[in-house]
Every structure is written in structure tokens, then in C-alpha cells.
Write a protein that binds this ligand. Structure first.
Ligand SMILES: Cc1cc2nc3c(=O)[nH]c(=O)nc-3n(C[C@H](O)[C@H](O)[C@H](O)COP(=O)(O)O)c2cc1C
Length: 402
């Protein structure tokens, strides 16, 4: 399978960890990245070229990156205002490269300033822009997945981002539209290509679909045909390495973005790398192996948050995902999800039958599955797709998700 080029970054195989608010912080990205790096087959050899004037001597190019791991979304207003919590959220682990930071903003001026700040202060190596958030409190004010409906506003935001990014690649991520009667992805994709984005990721659902039903992969294929000059990344319902390979085969997309499939399963990145590089069967960890990853995840969170207890408390939301399908029992699962120290978490894990093999019940969809909901929009929002008015501040405040 071919490489994915995101500006100066070569990603091979072309697998991307989807930004997920509250999840894809530095500790989780580190776990996924480590699994990708240690996957079955040897790392693809760095291609060599003869340097001009070197008499044909081979010079090695930078090694491709085994996957791209995107941060949770950061609002541009909070970033430019140097909100303390936001500044803590954007921290990367030492050695994390490329540093992919996702931004969400509704005001071209603020987005431009946020990107300029990232460049000037060397805060990231790649900026992704989120236009897919379906949360009502955001769409109600014209933000998130409601925004691409306003073509000139979308263009202005993209232009501000790319124009301030210097050599940093800017990518965008979106849904197919507001609902089936108001699909926006083809127009948005063309606008993004014209404005010079480095790649476009499409989640094959409308905002109305939320996380219900199945993602429409045919939309990914249509986008790929419409904007052949820019890499198109497919997203939605990849829960196994086979799904990822099938998505590429069926849509012709240039890379695959995987979200919920990794929840409680960071080793999916080893499977993904293995499937695209022809090395190794999918990981089927025993509960003992899963338990070791759980402890490490909680530990990393503690180090990142600067406090063991806070790490274990933040880890609580991951417990049900890691133990999905294993015979754990609701009492122990609940106790683990209430643990406040590593010792407590380890004690509960030790009480389990750790020899259990990987269960069939752990396969398939996981994470959010909330179905169709009415998309709340500002009054008259759908009347004029060519209106460039900037949504009110509230469209950006206190949001998370995509
Ligand atoms: C818990 C959670 C948080 C999310 N947060 C974000 C986010 O911050 N930015 C974003 O663009 N998408 C976000 N998403 C959407 C995912 O990136 C992805 O588009 C979606 O889950 C579909 O992909 P999947 O089927 O592989 O999960 C989030 C999804 C979930 C489940």
C-alpha cells in the first residue's frame, strides 16, 4: 500500500488515530504509537536517493512514520487566550513526532491567530481542523458540523489557517453534512483543496446520524473522485484491521482514520500496521496481557497529569472498554472503575481470572453508538449557504467531541 504524504511527513502505512476528546491525550497516543512501532513486520526500509553532486552516493531520507496520532480537539479561542487547562492539554510526550494537534474554531481571525501561535511557539508539526462536531450546543450556534454549510465562512477559516501555517501542513476533518438533504462534503472538500489543505478526512455520517447506523463509505469514494489532487482519508466504523483494508479497497481512500475501534484496544495499531505491511496475525491478548496495558495506561496518565490518583481517576472511563467481552463480573468492573490508586487498580485486576483468552465478544463495534437525532441549528441557518457571518462565541465554548 502506498505512503501517505501530509506536507513533509511521510506516513507508512497510512493509518491515523482519530482525534477523540478526553481520550487521545499524550498517554493514549503513546500507547497506540508504541504498538504501531512494535508490530510484527520489520519497519519499512527508509528509501534512499542519490544526492545531487554526491557522485551517486546514497543519502537516506527521513524514516516514514508508522501512523499519525492526532490530539484531542483544542478550541482556538482558549488557545489564543492561553487558558491554563488548554495549554496543559496540548502537551506532547517527549519524542512524539509528528506532533498532530487538532483545532476547532469558528472565527477565521481567531483560527489564524491560533495557527500563528502554534508556528511561532513551535507547538506542533501538523494542524488538523475539526468541522465534524455534532453536539447540539455547538450546532445550535452554527459551529461544528453545521459550519461547512456556510461555504464562504468555511473558506475563510481554511484560508486563515493555511495562510498562517507557513510550512506546517493543515488538514481538515468533517462529516458528510447536516442531514441527507443538506450534504456538504463535496463542496467543502473542493473548497479545502482550493485553499491548500494537505489532506481531508471524511467521517461517512451526517450530524443527524450522530453515531448510529453505519458510516457511508461510498461518500468517501465520491470525495476521493472529486478532489483527486489531495489525499482523502476515510473514517467511520473501522473496528478491525480487516475493516481498514476493506475501506481502502472499496473507496480508494489514501488512508484510514480509526477512532472508537481503539478504545480499550490500543494494540489495534499493531494489527493495522501488520495488515498493511503484510506482517503478522491480529493481536489476541489474554486478560493478563490486557491488564498489563491497563496498568501502564493508568500509570502514563498519572505521569502526564502529575499525580497518580488523578491518572487512575481519569483512567476509570477506559475500564469497560478494556474489559469488554471478558468474564469480569459487574462488581469487579465497577470497583475498577472506582479505583483511586494504582495499587487499588492492580489489586482488583489480580482478583480476575487472568488466563482468559481474547473473547469473541470483544470484536466488533465499541464506544458511542447513539443514533439519529435532530440537528439543532440557529434560526434561518439553512436559508443562505453563502452567508459568511461568524457564529457567536458560544459556538466554541466548552465543547468536546466530533
Ligand atoms: C469519545 C469521542 C470523542 C471524539 N472527539 C473528537 C474530537 O475531539 N475531534 C474530532 O474531530 N472528532 C472526534 N470524535 C469523532 C472521531 O474522531 C471519529 O470521527 C468518529 O468516532 C468516527 O470514527 P470511528 O467509527 O472510527 O469511531 C470523537 C469520537 C468519540 C467517540
Amino acid at each position: 500500500m502506498s505512503q501517505l504524504q501530509i506536507g513533509p511527513h511521510t506516513v507508512e502505512p497510512p493509518v491515523v488515530l482519530a482525534p477523540m476528546a478526553g481520550i487521545t491525550n499524550a498517554p493514549f497516543r503513546t500507547l497506540c504509537r508504541e504498538f504501531a512501532a512494535t508490530a510484527g513486520s520489520p519497519r519499512p526500509a527508509a528509501p534512499t536517493t542519490a544526492a545531487p553532486g554526491s557522485g551517486g552516493a546514497a543519502r537516506s531520507r527521513p524514516e516514514p512514520h508508522r501512523g499519525l496520532f492526532v490530539s484531542e480537539m483544542i478550541t482556538t479561542r482558549a488557545l489564543v487566550e492561553r487558558d491554563a487547562k488548554t495549554l496543559r492539554l496540548i502537551r506532547f510526550q517527549d519524542g512524539e513526532r509528528p506532533r498532530s494537534l487538532q483545532l476547532y474554531g469558528v472565527d477565521p481571525d481567531t483560527v489564524g491567530r491560533a495557527v500563528r501561535m502554534i508556528v511561532d511557539e513551535d507547538l506542533a508539526d501538523h494542524v488538523d481542523l475539526n468541522f465534524g462536531c455534532p453536539v447540539p450546543k455547538v450546532t445550535r450556534r452554527g459551529g461544528g458540523s453545521a459550519l461547512p454549510y456556510k461555504r464562504p465562512l468555511l473558506r475563510a477559516i481554511l484560508r486563515a489557517a493555511v495562510g498562517n501555517a507557513g510550512s506546517l501542513p493543515v488538514t481538515m476533518k468533517m462529516r458528510t453534512g447536516i442531514d441527507d438533504d443538506h450534504l456538504t462534503y463535496l463542496d467543502a472538500g473542493r473548497i479545502a483543496a482550493e485553499e491548500g489543505v494537505a489532506a481531508i478526512a471524511l467521517h461517512g455520517r451526517t450530524a443527524q446520524q450522530h453515531y448510529g447506523g453505519t458510516a457511508d463509505w461510498s461518500a468517501i469514494a465520491r470525495l476521493k473522485e472529486a478532489v483527486s489532487e489531495v489525499p482523502v482519508l476515510g473514517n467511520g466504523d473501522v473496528f478491525s484491521a480487516e475493516d481498514a483494508v476493506r475501506m481502502v479497497r472499496e473507496t480508494g481512500c489514501d488512508g484510514v482514520v480509526v477512532g472508537r475501534g481503539c478504545l480499550g484496544r490500543p494494540w489495534l495499531f499493531a494489527d493495522l500496521v501488520g495488515a498493511f505491511t503484510g506482517g503478522g496475525a491480529p493481536a489476541r491478548p489474554t486478560l493478563k496481557e490486557v491488564a498489563a496495558v491497563m496498568v501502564r495506561h493508568a500509570e502514563l496518565l498519572g505521569l502526564w497529569l502529575g499525580d497518580e490518583a488523578r491518572g487512575v481517576i481519569d483512567f476509570r472511563k477506559h475500564v469497560a472498554w478494556y474489559t469488554k467481552g471478558f468474564a469480569v463480573g459487574s462488581t469487579l468492573r465497577q470497583r475498577m472503575a472506582m479505583a483511586s490508586s494504582l495499587a487499588e487498580l492492580e489489586e482488583h485486576l489480580a482478583a480476575l481470572d487472568l488466563d482468559q483468552p481474547w473473547p469473541v465478544g470483544a470484536e466488533g463495534p465499541r464506544g458511542r453508538t447513539t443514533g439519529s437525532r435532530r440537528v439543532v441549528l440557529p434560526d434561518g441557518w439553512l436559508r443562505d449557504p453563502y452567508d459568511a457571518a461568524v457564529p457567536s462565541d458560544g459556538a466554541e465554548s466548552d465543547v468536546s467531541g466530533g
